[in-house]
Design a protein around this ligand. Structure first.
Ligand SMILES: *Cc1c(COP(=O)(O)O)cnc(C)c1O
Length: 399
């Protein structure tokens, strides 16, 4: 049976194959990718790494090395975000601290944030989950006021903006990811963008000393990328989805390599980046149609967008108001071939590998608990039919 993958980017098989061959023999596509990412973020510099999480480790280490106050060794992160974020904080030798999020907007809860003790905070990290911008103007001003850095995590938000400014371009340093479920994908890959000369010098020297990817990694990931380009199609994804590959699960993992980005994969990301506007408008059209189709449902609640937000809609997040109904709705959607997910299964204070490192006062985050218990994501990529909202609505209403 056909199955709509929970997230993904259609990759044109032949053009991607040609791009990989070009990238394998020339630096030019990877350099062009870096230039375009920096430019579109409004930054001067971009460094490319093997993954987003590796980029985040390097970015945090670089921020730490230019920080004059040695007591600033904490990183304030949303209590509900990707598990790679606390893993990167710990790998950088820093202390994760949590701040609760608003279940209405998924941005930091403003009151909790105002009360946070930031005297030891090196950086605060945004999340922009599902491509929906956080309150980045506020976070930028707040970080500056408190003498800390803003790390704008746009792993899911390439192409999004708020108040006319690109997500990933706020604060001191921004992050993009080219992993499988992101706005553009080359299976692996991550980018840091920044402008401050002392920071970019640190990033550049760390990029040079981190070494390239092995030939073996470059080859296997290129093969995976070609397979992905075929398998994301709903007809084939239905077969893949039945194999026990652990697709769609997000275990905590902190044993990943730090290295540069394969030239061959970067060439595919560069190819897809040229199509970012059309990828984003395809997702936006689907997301907005679904939002309006589902708006009047008494079972679902929509995410509230902040003023001026233009999301990239990597997925459409909705909330199942009665959390007990969620598993039933998701399993019926999945049975109907729709890649609905419960997103990250736990808020970070309930992930044992993270919680061990947290002080007592960070363990209570009711907003993040509510998000984790009620969120459901729906696919928005270009393989999603435009009338998916109607089908989802029927299944939700019958549940
Ligand atoms: C995916 C993701 C990352 C890490 O990126 P990878 O390329 O998967 O390592 C970081 N932050 C967020 C919010 C993400 O969604």
């Amino acid at each position: 049976m056909a199955f709509l993958a929970p997230a993904g980017t259609p990759v044109p098989f032949f053009r991607a194959g040609m791009a990989m061959l070009r990238g394998a023999v020339s630096e030019a596509p990877r350099q062009a990718l870096a230039r375009r990412l920096a430019e579109s973020a409004g930054h001067r510099y971009c460094a490319l790494f093997i993954t987003g999480r590796a980029s985040m480790i390097v970015g945090l280490e670089a921020l730490r090395s230019i920080e004059r106050d040695p007591s600033r060794n904490e990183v304030l992160i949303p209590a509900y975000t990707c598990y790679s974020v606390p893993a990167a904080v710990l790998r950088a030798g820093l202390k994760p601290r949590l701040c609760d999020v608003s279940p209405e907007t998924l941005s930091f809860d403003p009151e909790t944030l105002a009360r946070a003790d930031t005297s030891r905070t090196l950086a605060i990290v945004s999340a922009n989950l599902y491509g929906v911008p956080n309150d980045l103007h506020f976070l930028e001003a707040f970080a500056r006021e408190r003498g800390m850095r803003l790390f704008d995590d746009a792993a899911q938000a390439l192409g999004a903006s708020i108040g006319g400014r690109p997500v990933g371009g706020f604060g001191d340093i921004g992050l993009y990811s080219f992993d499988k479920g992101k706005n553009i994908t080359s299976i692996d890959g991550g980018a840091l963008v920044a402008s401050d000369p002392s920071l970019t010098a640190e990033l550049e020297s760390r990029l040079l000393s981190s070494g390239g990817v092995s030939r073996r990694h470059a080859l296997t990931s290129s093969g995976k990328l070609l397979a992905y380009s075929l398998l994301l199609r709903p007809g084939l994804y239905g077969i893949v989805n039945r194999l026990p590959l652990g697709l769609g699960t997000t275990p905590y993992d902190d044993r990943f390599p730090v290295a540069g980005y394969s030239q061959a994969l970067a060439a595919v990301a560069e190819l897809l980046l040229k199509d970012l506007d059309s990828l984003r408008s395809a997702r936006t059209e689907r997301a907005l149609r679904m939002r309006s189709e589902l708006a009047s449902s008494s079972t679902l609640r929509s995410l509230q967008l902040l003023p001026g937000a233009v999301p990239a809609w990597a997925r459409l997040p909705v909330f199942v108001t009665d959390g007990r109904l969620r598993e039933r709705i998701i399993s019926r959607l999945v049975a109907a071939g729709i890649g609905a997910t419960a997103s990250y299964p736990q808020p970070l204070h309930r992930v044992p590998e993270v919680a061990r490192h947290l002080p007592q006062q960070d363990l209570v985050n009711p907003g993040a608990d509510q998000v984790a218990a009620t969120i459901m994501t729906l696919p928005t990529h270009a393989y999603v039919p435009l009338d998916l909202g109607r089908r989802v609505r029927k299944i939700v209403d019958a549940a």
